[in-house]
Design a protein around this ligand. Structure first.
Ligand SMILES: Cc1cc2nc3c(=O)[nH]c(=O)nc-3n(C[C@H](O)[C@H](O)[C@H](O)COP(=O)(O)O)c2cc1C
Length: 186
């Protein structure tokens, strides 16, 4: 049995929709218990009980949402001090609506979140380019969805992004189950 915690923030529902797709992928892996929470409600206990953590954020001014950053600096900061997340599996996703694949700044946003997970000593899961949906809905760092159309009209997250998100969730769940109980040397 392994536990996957999916953490997100969302003002208009786009990142929430991606989070739900990630959750459906993780739930498809037998023996996985999935929790889906907004960043503000996640405790240190939720984190330490998890075998894998997947964090999703809207892109705000080319970087992560302030509530996600607060969670990183408070809850994750304490866990970082005590090396409590070392060896657990981590992954990320994002949504944006500016121009470019997942929105302007999606790549930087995904990378800076992965950097936070690396600080915690977590094992990072990328999104392989042969993942279904990757061609329009992903970067190597994780799934990203663009919630606007060609002329910036808000037309929601596309199916390709949701498909990539679903596969990402399943990959993380499988890897977390495989690595559970193993540890880095310290
Ligand atoms: C304050 C603010 C800043 C934003 N900055 C960016 C940005 O830099 N790049 C981008 O692609 N989208 C940007 N967006 C658009 C959102 O990232 C996008 O609409 C996203 O899908 C919203 O996710 P949500 O529905 O989960 O809140 C911004 C939105 C807001 C409200």
């Amino acid at each position: 049995m392994s536990r996957i915690l999916i953490i997100y923030e969302s003002d208009y529902g786009n990142t929430k929709k991606m989070a739900e797709a990630v959750a459906s992928g993780a739930e498809s892996v037998p023996g996985t218990i999935v929790s889906l929470k907004q960043a503000g409600e996640v405790t240190a206990d939720d984190m330490t009980k998890s075998d894998g953590v997947i964090i999703g954020t809207p892109v705000h001014m080319g970087s992560m949402d302030h509530r996600i950053k607060t969670f990183i600096d408070t809850v994750c900061g304490g866990l970082w001090m005590e090396n409590k997340m070392v060896g657990k599996v981590g992954a990320v996703f994002a949504t944006g609506s500016g121009y470019g694949g997942g929105g302007g700044g999606a790549e930087l946003t995904l990378l800076s979140l992965l950097n936070n997970l690396a600080e915690l000593g977590m094992v990072l899961v990328p999104l392989p380019k042969n993942t279904k949906g990757y061609e329009y809905g992903g970067l190597q760092w994780g799934p990203c969805g663009r919630s606007a159309g060609l002329h910036m009209e808000q037309d929601g997250i596309k199916d390709e992004s949701l498909t990539a998100a679903c596969h990402h969730g399943a990959n993380v769940a499988r890897i977390a189950a495989t690595l559970k109980g193993t540890a880095f040397f310290a």
